[in-house]
Design a protein around this ligand. Structure first.
Ligand code: FES
Length: 151
């Protein structure tokens, strides 16, 4: 082996060693980075009171909530997530109930289970008035179905 061949093999070996160390470091960094699913924020603003009409609830698909506005009682926020397996329920104005399309659960106007298999009533969330005048919903704060915000 002459000197040139020896240097070429040495350079290739060092390059292979550096590549191996880089791959190993990348694997370590990936291992140390937590694999978590980030939930959307549980507290969010949904707009001004005037954005919502009286009568049938407004369904906000992204937030999976129904916004009820009543002239005498005020605002109430109902979850649109079925307590059985998490399908999105629909509100039927004809009978004033929530119906789940997946397995047929029916919830009354107050969210109570009228027909299973849903094990628990729909949740109602706290709604407050933010400083900027918008309605703020906190999905971490479950309130009784009778809870209302008068604006
Ligand atoms: S997910 Fe609603 S009844 Fe099963």
């Amino acid at each position: 082996m002459n000197r040139r061949t020896f240097l070429n093999w040495g350079t290739a070996g060092i390059a292979a060693l550096c590549a191996g160390v880089a791959v190993s470091l990348a694997a370590v960094v990936r291992f140390l980075t937590p694999s978590v699913f980030y939930e959307p924020p549980q507290m969010f603003k949904i707009g001004n009171a005037a954005d919502f009409s009286f009568g049938p609830p407004t369904f906000l698909a992204e937030e999976k909530i129904f916004v009820f506005r009543d002239r005498e009682k005020g605002f109430a926020i109902a979850s649109a997530v079925c307590t059985h397996l998490g399908c999105t329920v629909g509100y039927f104005q004809t009978d004033g109930r929530f119906h789940c399309p997946c397995h047929g659960s029916v919830f009354g106007a107050d969210g109570k289970v009228e027909h299973g298999p849903a094990p628990r009533p729909l949740e109602w969330f706290e709604v407050t008035l933010a400083r900027d005048g918008q309605l703020s919903v906190d999905k971490d704060r479950v309130v009784p179905a009778a809870y209302r915000l008068m604006v």
